[in-house]
Design a binder for this molecule. Structure first.
Ligand code: MG
Length: 236
């Protein structure tokens, strides 16, 4: 997978203050995420037919559209004025509008990342690394899952690690997010041979092997949306 440089130009600015620039970045991000998930709703539903109850794509699509409608319908005076508050608003929206287990899981991740971002002054690679780590820990705690359980975390955790490694090397955020997308994609693909240890797929036991996890796949798309302008790209 390759992401052209032009596609990351719209991403979060590196080393901008965590003020209006990062607020706008996150607003643009969640809209790209919604478009990308909508394009892959059928794929996510199909993956979920094998492992769950076949509605992961529909749930994510409906949930993200609801979140964006809520943002759009919020009167300007009541809209979040910082990135952390916006992330928390998105998180609460996901909790209440994404059906199934993934709403609370993704919602908790966004909410906790939002609490972290509220306290930071800079929006750079190290900040995003920390936000991803906070999100991954929150999701693991909420879902009581570990890497290798065949869940969302199998894409989120490697993405967080990739951003941290990039931050440690002093890479700009655009490079970090490209590496995170690759890591999330590898984590997503690596769920295929795993036996599920969480969620509805748990009941399948050995029969869960050979199917890619829909949650790890939607997580890859959410990371990809952060690194790109959201143009169609099959998560193959
Ligand atoms: Mg379901």
């Amino acid at each position: 997978m390759s992401i052209r440089g032009s596609e990351v130009a719209d991403g979060p600015p590196q080393a901008a203050t965590a003020g209006s620039a990062s607020l706008q970045s996150i607003d643009r991000y969640i809209r790209r995420a919604s478009v990308l998930i909508a394009r892959h709703e059928a794929l996510l539903d199909r993956l979920d037919v094998a492992l769950g109850d076949g509605d992961h794509g529909s749930n994510m699509g409906i949930g993200l559209r609801t979140v964006i409608r809520t943002l759009d319908e919020t009167p300007p005076a009541a809209r979040p004025t910082d990135a952390g508050t916006l992330l928390r608003q998105i998180g609460h929206g996901l909790v209440s509008s994404v059906g199934g287990a993934s709403g609370p899981l993704y919602g908790t991740a966004f909410i906790e990342a939002g609490f972290y971002l509220a306290d930071v002054a800079r929006f750079d690679t190290a900040t995003v690394a920390e936000a991803f780590e906070v999100a991954a820990r929150a999701l693991a705690r909420r879902g009581r899952c570990s890497v290798g359980d065949k869940t969302i975390l199998d894409a989120l955790d490697p993405a967080a690690r990739a951003i941290r490694e990039a931050a440690d090397r002093g890479e700009p955020l655009s490079v970090a997010m490209r590496l995170a997308t690759g890591a999330a994609a590898r984590g997503m693909r690596a769920t295929t041979p795993l036996v599920a240890r969480r969620g509805l797929a748990l009941r399948l036991g050995e029969r869960s092997r050979g199917h890619r996890d829909p949650g790890a796949t939607s997580c890859f798309l959410l990371v990809l949306a952060m690194a790109s302008d959201g143009r169609a790209r099959r998560p193959t």
